[in-house]
Design a protein around this ligand. Structure first.
Ligand SMILES: [Zn+2]
Length: 315
């Protein structure tokens, strides 16, 4: 899966440190990220270093952001940070910095650096850098929508000891935002077939598994039962937890479950959500499980290995 970056390790330990010249700065505009221009996806992916951006006046002590989405809030002690350490991947530290938009425009005009849609990072190597670009987007999506207090509208400030934002007026706190969701591989044991779906109104039209977000007050196991009933009108049993996966495009944490059909197998489709859902034989499942939890689970189902994982005591 995209987060499997061994032998490199991911660390999001929180610390206030200034960026070093060779550290990388992740800059997003909408759903695009600044990368070095390259002729093909065969060339290694590069994000700009702090040094390069400093030289071009895009970041640095004198930089004042001209737009909200390029600005870094002050800390609760009043200090204006030069950069915010997001995480490290292997030896490389990745920062979010205050950006001078006009200097960035000038840099992009040179065509040495370009904006790449985050969704295309999956096609680039090395994998651990593509991972950094994806996860950085998740941080960006959070910070960029948390400039003001949701309760009183005051500008938020960075916490000192942990990753959080706090309102100096009413004390409202914001911690990084994650939406838990489930991916469900359903097996009809009697007829040895599996349920696949396609989503309505989405570009991505190949097979998917049943999926949905958890709602307040429920466990992920309850989410499995509710989503399966809502989307295809089926009862399931014998939930087997498989693995989880962070999914930055939707700020989700995905929990993969296999389960067995319990009773009637005829599908009642929720056509607001799904375009179609059908039972197919295992060998019709796609066999390209490199990137997503869904695809990896399809590989497990294809090989009939889902029973290798124990049935959950609850659920
Ligand atoms: Zn407030």
């Amino acid at each position: 899966m995209f987060q499997d970056i061994e032998p490199y390790s991911f660390s999001n330990d929180f610390a206030w440190v200034d960026p070093e010249p060779a550290d990388r700065v992740l800059i997003y505009r909408g759903n695009k990220v600044v990368v070095r221009n390259q002729d093909s996806t065969d060339e290694p992916l590069h994000f700009p270093s702090y040094e390069v951006l400093l030289e071009k006046g895009v970041v640095g002590p004198q930089v004042v952001a001209e737009k909200e989405d390029c600005a870094i809030p002050v800390r609760t002690d009043g200090v204006k940070p030069r950069g915010l350490l997001l995480f490290t991947v292997g030896e490389t530290a990745y920062f979010r910095c205050e950006i001078k938009e006009s200097a960035l425009d000038a840099l992009l005009e040179t065509e040495e650096w370009v904006l790449l849609p985050v969704g295309q990072l999956r096609n680039y190597a090395p994998k651990y850098r593509a991972f950094a670009g994806m996860v950085g987007y998740e941080y960006h999506a959070w910070y960029d929508t948390r400039h003001y207090c949701g309760r009183c509208g005051t500008k938020m400030q960075h916490g000192i000891v942990e990753r959080m934002l706090q309102c100096p007026k009413c004390g409202c706190m914001e911690f990084s935002r994650l939406f838990p969701a489930v991916i469900v591989g359903i097996v009809d044991r009697q007829r040895d077939r599996v349920l696949v779906s396609r989503y309505a109104g989405r570009e991505y039209t190949s097979y998917a598994l049943i999926a949905g977000f958890s709602e307040m007050g429920e466990t992920v196991e309850q989410t499995v039962h509710r989503e399966v009933m809502e989307e295809v009108g089926l009862k399931v049993t014998n939930l087997r937890y498989y693995k989880s996966q962070p999914w930055p495009p939707s700020s989700s944490l995905l929990f993969g479950f296999f389960c067995d059909l319990d009773g009637e197998s005829s599908i009642t489709l929720d056509d607001h959500e799904l375009e179609e859902a059908e039972w197919i034989s295992r060998d019709e499942l796609p066999d390209d499980e490199d990137y997503s939890l869904t695809r990896e689970m399809m590989g497990v189902l294809r090989r009939g290995e889902e029973t290798h994982y124990p049935v959950a005591f609850y659920g």
